[in-house]
Design a protein around this ligand. Structure first.
Ligand code: SF4
Length: 322
């Protein structure tokens, strides 16, 4: 009992120290960001203290739009590398800082530009739809991008008589195909974080919290999506929860979204579908990294003009559709 009490008290002291440290770091970041005329963009999956210091928190589509519209001299991008690349593609005149260049996305790396080019050669006339979770180099090889929030709208607008390859997420592709009743060729890639959520986890969560609505991300396995009440992007989940009369929700996506859901909906209760749904890459960027990056104005995202030009076309096509 003594040991438990000590451990708990030590943990509380550490939490208070961390809060003070975070408050001091956040104040230093805000001051330096102002001096540098920098805007801080953070994805919904980043650490809660990083979300709290950001000017804008959102999903891939929202952050893409913000990057295109903000015209800021400096963008600090807190998310994984392909997202920072997208910010650079959409704001080529801005200095884009990505505090941890080693924060990549394993799913994005599952579709290399060489493999996509090979596929296109082997399937003449195929339309290539790329989830925005692809590298800038891979985007140069595709026809149009999409996000989890607009995949259905975008695919439904493609000519019905054309063969389509959807990459790199076979789960999002399969879920989109099932919703639209359309055949899509699926690239053999997936998000390792969302792919760990299984039907048995939904059954266990429903048994533990009867009456709570189950919301999952469309990067989850089709068998998981079938059992859920809703399959929504992170932006879609936020909108859905705001508008819903229900008070309890089981959330089947990366744990970082719980911070924003709880912050914006203090009268509602959120349970993680599975406690360890955590993307290690999304959690890499710390407040210390953001401050160091702003101090040094590095590391920057650098893309050659030809890559920017060619990768921008499929993103612009997506943004034009919505
Ligand atoms: S959550 Fe999945 S898709 Fe998102 S960055 Fe992590 S690995 Fe990539």
């Amino acid at each position: 009992m003594t040991v438990e009490a000590t451990t708990s008290s030590e943990r509380t002291s550490q939490n208070i120290r961390d809060a003070h440290d975070n408050a001091a770091l956040a104040a230093a970041i805000r001051k330096l960001a102002k001096a540098r005329q920098a805007i801080l963009l953070a994805h919904n999956y980043t650490r809660s203290e990083v979300q709290d210091v950001a000017d804008f928190v959102g999903d891939s589509l929202e952050l893409s739009r913000k990057a295109a519209a903000c015209q800021a001299p400096v963008i600090v991008f807190c998310g994984v590398r392909f997202m920072a690349e997208t910010a650079k593609i959409l704001s080529p005149d801005s200095i884009v800082l990505h505090p941890r260049p080693d924060a990549g996305c394993p799913m994005a790396d599952m579709a290399t530009p060489e493999a996509v080019a090979d596929y296109r050669r082997a399937h003449p006339g195929v339309l290539t739809v790329a989830y925005v979770n692809t590298t800038a180099a891979t985007k140069t090889e595709v026809d149009i991008c999409c996000t989890s929030g607009n995949a259905e709208k975008l695919v439904s607008g493609l000519p019905a008589d054309r063969e389509v390859i959807f990459l790199p997420d076979q789960n999002l592709g399969a879920n989109t195909a099932a919703k639209l009743g359309r055949k899509l060729n699926l690239w053999p890639g997936c998000c390792p974080t969302h792919n760990r959520i299984l039907p048995k986890h939904i059954e266990a969560a429903r048994a533990a919290h009867p009456g709570a609505q189950v919301l999952v991300h469309p990067e989850c396995l089709p068998a998981v999506v079938e059992l859920a009440d809703q399959a929504l992007s992170t932006g879609g989940m936020l909108k859905y929860v705001h508008a819903a009369d229900a008070k309890e929700f089981i959330i089947g996506t990366e744990s970082g979204l719980l911070h924003r859901l709880r912050l914006e909906n203090p009268d509602k209760v959120f349970y993680p579908l599975k406690p360890d749904v955590c993307c290690p890459n999304m959690k890499k960027i710390t407040l210390e990294d953001v401050l160091t990056s702003l101090c040094n104005m590095a590391p920057t995202v650098e893309l050659d003009p030809d890559t920017i030009r060619r990768a921008r076309t499929p993103i612009d096509r997506m943004l034009a559709i919505g």
